[in-house]
Design a protein around this ligand. Structure first.
Ligand code: KG4
Ligand code: ZN
Length: 339
């Protein structure tokens, strides 16, 4: 089955062609027109600007995805597009493009949940994933522990009560004037710093549930900067390393506890923060050392942050079950929660 994936939920215009065969996925093209440079001028995504960029980029991006994959429209079986959650004006560009092409080319449509796309990036190269699965979903808007007993079946085990992990990275980067998006900048700075230099709180780490909270951690960084350094000459690398250590400690501790409680066979990682090197390394190590018999799979880096291959992969699994969306029902839903 050949799937065209389209993703425009936030600030990346992306299209990808994948081929799925008996659960095995081949990525034939993977195109992303990034708007990071445009939005970094403002320190974050400006929805109106993002929508205009999507309008300019969507047709060329899909065109390049088709050419690079050497696929003619007639060969496409399904068009899978992000229907939500995200910015309404951004989502509208992708869904409208998908509807138009589906109408012109007479194709089946899947209106996909963006977070389902992030989760299914794990199935790239990993058809052997075994249920029950626990997935730690960590992006700019979400921090959740999700239990899956079978494909496309989700149970929410825990979630953040305030800021998402990615949001905390972005806010701390802003406090330290590191730029946007914050996660990669904080990670790069942290490499030069001492993770035990500052003892930031590990919010809710000892609570007997699987919820998270990250807004207090960000506030601790703010107070440290104001009180101890009066915003001058702060040891940025040490702050980044200590902050990153605190976030990863909490994420890993809760994930391990949930994996034990729900006796899962595999642990997965999803969302932009899944690109974080220390999180990937330590989570893998901890699972190996503490959860005998439990396997773990992480998406390759290029499939962690927003992209269209993950939307195509998840669309492929939906299409196999014939879970198609009608042309009329393919409307963007900015607040669509997976669970
Ligand atoms: O999944 P994503 O690309 O977009 C959303 O669906 O939200 O996630 C973006 C988030 C941002 O908050 C960004 O700072 C974070 O992922 N991120 C990272 C890293 N790369 C991206 N956080 C920590 N370390 C990274 N290397
Ligand atoms: Zn995302």
């Amino acid at each position: 089955m050949i799937v065209l994936g389209i993703e425009t939920s936030c600030d990346e215009t992306a299209a990808s062609i994948i081929k799925g065969e008996r659960g095995k996925i081949k990525i034939l093209s993977h195109i992303i027109a990034s708007q990071i440079k445009t939005h970094s001028l403002y320190g974050g995504v400006v929805p109106e600007v993002a929508a205009r960029q999507h309008v300019l980029n969507i047709v060329p991006v899909i065109d390049v995805a088709l050419r690079q994959a050497k696929i003619k429209p007639a060969k496409i079986d399904v068009i899978s597009v992000t229907r939500g959650p995200g910015l309404i004006t951004s989502l509208r560009v992708g869904t409208q493009a998908a509807k138009t092409l589906a109408y012109l080319w007479d194709k089946k449509l899947v209106g996909l949940n963006h977070m389902e796309g992030h989760i299914y990036a794990n199935w790239y190269n990993n058809p052997q994933i075994k249920f029950p699965v626990l997935c730690l979903v960590v992006s700019g808007g979400h921090t959740e522990l999700i239990l899956m007993k079978k494909h496309n079946n989700y149970k929410l085990i825990g979630r953040t009560r305030d800021d998402a992990a990615g949001e905390a990275f972005d806010k701390v980067a802003k406090l330290l004037s590191l730029g946007y998006p914050g996660g990669p900048k904080v990670q790069a700075m942290a490499e030069k710093g001492n993770p035990t230099a500052f003892d930031f709180p590990r919010p809710m780490i000892n609570y007997k549930n699987f919820d998270f909270s990250f807004s207090g951690l960000k506030t601790s960084v703010l107070y440290l900067l104001k009180k101890e350094f009066n915003n001058k000459k702060a040891p940025v690398a040490d702050i980044c390393a200590s902050f990153q250590q605190a976030v990863t400690d909490v994420l890993i501790s809760k994930t391990l506890a949930a994996a034990k409680t729900f006796r899962v066979k595999n642990v997965l990682l999803a969302g932009g923060v899944a690109a974080n090197g220390p999180l990937r390394e330590k989570l893998g190590e901890e699972i190996k050392n503490n959860l005998p018999g439990v396997g773990y799979y992480f998406p390759p880096l290029k499939l962690c942050t927003d992209n269209a291959a993950m939307i195509a992969i998840a669309g492929y699994f939906q299409a196999q079950k014939k879970n198609f969306t009608t042309w009329k029902k393919l409307e963007p839903d900015p607040n669509w929660e997976l669970i």
